[in-house]
Design a protein around this ligand. Structure first.
Ligand code: ZN
Length: 458
């Protein structure tokens, strides 16, 4: 499809869904060049509206503000926000129905995420919130040279998404120039198939997890496939997401494909929070989100590295105020050579290798297991552990909704996912502790870590 037409089809789809995504993109493309004072003014205005909305339309935030003796008029600047206590995932889970303003606008609906943590979470989104996220993503992609409508290959997938890969969705994706290759389960045959498909389809951009790209590079090297040839077929850039992108992996991917690699950072419940510009700075979406860091121990605000706390300025149907993300970051106001006044964020923490390796030599992306938590009721936390080849332990923390045969259901779903004879043990535990970094790790595989270290993927 010609990019110009694909772009307009996407625009039409957004309009049908009540999302003014392109209008917001237009505004974002202007505000990114504003002075810091202008940006702060916009943020304060939006914060003001958000706090008033939360107070007038949601019982949870009204009660919280009353009990902390905060009136909406007190919160005028970003600094004033610190009067609010921090919002935890557990609170969001328990009080969700008291936090939503269902009359805010179009399509206020419940979505379920499991994202990069092993905790299932349900929250509300709306057309306007989704439009802001889409616009932020389009802007981020434009920073590195990809305009909506140009061919982009999504190298990931979820069982949910793939099962919806019916004719209509395929046709729609074709119309808007989005491609999808399932990066959740990889082996050499599949990788070979994908690379030939990409050679024929000619994407300008590949989008996916760093670990999936590293694995692909190594498998191609083993098979003698030159993925650098994709560059001659129009590939210009790779954008990664969801995991920490280390310098080593960035260089490895970039060298093999012969194109630059840029990273983006988002959280389903927080929105798209950061995207790298062509100078390699991960800029914050300052127009949409207020970023703070707190000391993970004392929870006091800190200017150094700390846990990221976010306030979403554009999600009025479901106000998120001072939400603890669990991610350890450093924020900075240092000016970027690109000239944009947006602040920047650096994500810290060790690299998590998010694969399970089966006896048959298949690498299954850890995130894909998390979808099991969506399919069986009552799973609150979830962790997959692989100590040795051929055996996988699944630990789950559950609540009262967990069905009697739930363990069998989990085992069966995991077996389908792995599609091999590996032994699967399901264990119910009281709680799952986060890693020392404070971040939950949904998948821990000693096998994958070892093979990854040796760069041995065959
Ligand atoms: Zn920049």
């Amino acid at each position: 499809m010609i990019p110009f037409i694909a772009r307009n089809i996407f625009r039409f789809q957004e309009t049908l869904l009540g999302r003014p995504s392109f209008q917001i993109l237009h505004e974002l493309n202007k505000s990114q060049w504003w002075s810091r004072d202008q940006l702060e003014k916009l943020r304060s205005d939006r914060l003001n509206v958000l706090i008033h909305t939360a107070y007038s339309h949601t019982p949870y935030w009204k009660a919280l503000m009353d009990s902390h003796k905060i009136t909406p008029a007190d919160i005028r600047t970003v600094k004033d926000l610190q009067q609010f206590p921090l919002l935890n995932k557990d609170t969001l889970r328990e009080k969700r129905e008291q936090m939503v303003w269902k009359e805010e606008g179009k399509r206020v609906q419940l979505v379920r995420t499991s994202g990069s943590t092993n905790e299932a979470l349900e929250f509300y989104t709306s057309s306007s919130r989704e439009a802001h996220i889409n616009a932020a993503r389009m802007r981020g992609h434009e920073w590195v040279g990809v305009r909506r409508g140009e061919k982009e290959m999504y190298y990931w997938g979820s069982p949910v998404e793939l099962s919806k890969q019916d004719k209509i969705k395929r046709f729609r994706d074709f119309l808007i120039n989005d491609g999808l290759s399932n990066g959740f389960e990889l082996n050499k045959d599949r990788v070979q198939e994908y690379v030939s498909h990409w050679m024929a389809w000619k994407p300008k951009c590949l989008f996916g997890y760093p670990s999936t790209f590293v694995l692909t590079v190594s498998m191609c090297r083993d098979m003698g496939i030159d993925i650098g040839a994709l560059k001659d077929r129009g590939l210009e850039v790779i954008i990664t997401t969801s995991e920490l992108l280390s310098d080593v992996d960035r260089n490895l991917i970039s060298k093999a494909f012969g194109v630059p690699v840029y990273d983006s950072y988002g959280l389903r419940e927080g929105g798209l929070m950061g995207h790298e510009c062509d100078r390699g700075t991960m800029h914050c979406m300052d127009e949409q989100i207020i970023f703070e860091t707190v000391d993970p121990e004392t929870l006091e605000p800190t200017a150094c590295e700390g846990e990221l706390v976010v306030t979403n300025l554009v999600g009025r149907a479901f106000p998120i105020i001072r939400y603890r993300t669990g991610d350890i970051v450093t924020l900075s106001q240092k000016k970027c050579a690109c000239g944009r006044q947006l602040s920047s964020i650096k994500i810290s923490g060790g690299r998590a290798v998010e694969f399970i390796v089966t006896q048959t030599g298949k690498w299954v992306v850890g995130y894909s297991f998390i979808y099991i938590a969506r399919m069986v009721k009552g799973i609150v936390k979830f962790q997959v552990v692989q100590e040795k080849l051929g055996e996988i332990q699944i630990r789950i923390a559950v609540d009262a909704r967990f069905p009697e045969n739930g363990k069998n259901q989990v085992r069966e779903l995991a077996r389908q996912r792995l599609n091999s004879d590996d032994k699967i043990l399901v264990e119910i535990v009281n709680d799952i502790d986060p890693a020392p970094s404070g971040k939950y790790r949904p998948v821990i595989s000693k096998v994958a870590e070892q093979l990854y270290k040796e760069r041995s993927f065959s």
